[in-house]
Design a protein around this ligand. Structure first.
Ligand SMILES: Cc1cc2nc3c(=O)[nH]c(=O)nc-3n(C[C@H](O)[C@H](O)[C@H](O)COP(=O)(O)O)c2cc1C
Length: 387
């Protein structure tokens, strides 16, 4: 038995003393519980997606079209889920996806998530749109592995400053999110006229940045706050970026660079051509383009095109261990989990996030073992059939 699946025994043993898990172990139930806990605005922000939310639904139904085939008598007594991705060792092929503005879910926000990630050894990918500065989060994360996600701002000097700060604070890989140079049409947020950034949440990394401060004539105070927010709005994203601009990132980041938001094999090929080290097959959880391809359906063509040359990661719709196994079988080297840990944060702070991460890892290990699979490398297309 590996330590990850031991969480199952731990739960049953605690039950002998009448102690039950504080949160459900079926992580698909967390959203409904979080709805009761969060304000309507915060819940709409995390659960909502673009337009009619058909992409978010497609992300989930795509998983159901693939079924795992259990296999017998394969000696799965020794199991090891650990992998190394772009120089970062992790106990299971799972990273915490970048999620901005986490203080709207829990006052400790990204700090609680950073501590939970460090406790499990899973890497945290910190968003540029965090509610605490990347330096504060690095301190909370301690010796835990951490990557930095860049929202590439219009101001190139600001981009360089963010990268330099991330490097100095121990973030080892860069994830560049390409699909959100502007926010999509998100009816749940629009109907409540709610955008956390305009209320000063999710801008900590900008307000603390020396280049940002210089641009607005000094540190952000009550007197210039509105101007600072307008400067943020004007700089958040750059719709003019093209593949040629990636050379700029290479110049200013000497670690691995991963492009997030890839859904087409040609874009994945261009990422490789541009010298990038990996891609995240992601549609931002359906939050950007309504009516889009399910991210899981985009995965096999991308993995076929570039999987032998670069690191293919996956997100959008991961809720269970079985989902992770399916994504691995379809060509991902690891997955990013997102909304489930945000719900865990909302419901239980640091302990809630730890619960979600431990559930996912135990569920993955048990699912794999019962399908005759001992390591992530053994999880191939042979493990699945299409419904
Ligand atoms: C509330 C919320 C905030 C997010 N913020 C960011 C962000 O700041 N940067 C980013 O690259 N992706 C962000 N994402 C997208 C996630 O990284 C991930 O791609 C997506 O949530 C995956 O879909 P799933 O949560 O349905 O599995 C956010 C997602 C949510 C739900």
């Amino acid at each position: 038995m590996s330590a990850l699946a031991d969480f199952q025994n731990e739960i049953y043993l605690k039950g002998l003393g009448d102690v039950l898990p504080e949160l459900p172990t079926d992580l698909t139930r967390l959203e409904a519980l979080a709805e009761r806990r969060l304000s309507a605005q915060a819940f709409g922000y995390v659960a909502g997606s673009a337009g009619s939310e058909s992409t978010a639904r497609a992300n989930r139904t795509a998983f159901d079209r693939w079924r795992i085939v259990p296999r017998m008598l394969r000696d799965v007594s020794e199991r090891d889920l650990s992998v190394e991705i772009l120089g970062t060792p992790m106990p299971a092929p799972v990273l915490l996806a970048p999620i901005g503005v986490q203080s709207i879910f829990h006052p400790e926000g990204e700090l609680a998530v950073a501590r939970a990630a460090a406790a499990t050894g899973l890497p945290m990918v910190l968003s540029t749109a965090a509610s605490f500065t990347l330096e504060e989060v690095a301190e909370a994360n301690g010796a835990g592995p951490r990557w930095y996600q860049l929202y590439w701002p219009k101001d190139r000097d600001l981009a360089v400053s963010l990268l330099e700060r991330a490097k100095a604070a121990g973030y080892t890989a860069l994830v560049v999110t390409l699909d959100t140079f502007t926010l999509a049409w998100r009816p749940r947020d629009l109907d409540q006229a709610y955008l956390p950034f305009l209320r000063g949440i999710g801008v900590a990394n900008y307000f603390a940045d020396p280049v940002f401060q210089q641009a607005i004539g000094g540190p952000v105070t009550a007197a210039n706050r509105d101007m600072a927010l307008l400067h943020w709005v004007a700089n958040f994203g750059d719709p003019s970026l093209t593949w040629d601009d990636l050379a700029f990132l290479r110049e200013h980041w000497d670690g691995p660079i991963v492009l997030k938001g890839i859904q087409h094999p040609d874009d994945a090929r261009r990422a490789v051509d541009a010298g990038m080290d990996g891609v995240v097959v992601s549609n931002h959880g359906g939050r950007q383009v309504d009516g889009a391809i399910a991210s899981l359906d985009a995965l096999p063509p991308v993995a076929d095109a570039v999987g032998h040359q670069t690191t293919v990661l996956f997100d959008s719709g991961v809720r269970t261990g079985a989902d992770i196994a399916k994504a691995l079988a379809l060509g991902a080297k690891a997955v990013l989990v997102a909304r489930p840990y945000a719900y865990g944060l909302a419901l239980g702070g640091e302990a809630g996030v730890r619960h979600v991460l431990r559930c996912l890892q135990a569920d993955l290990e048990l699912t794999m073992a019962l399908a005759g699979l001992r390591t992530p490398a053994e999880v191939t297309l042979d493990a699945l059939v299409r419904d």
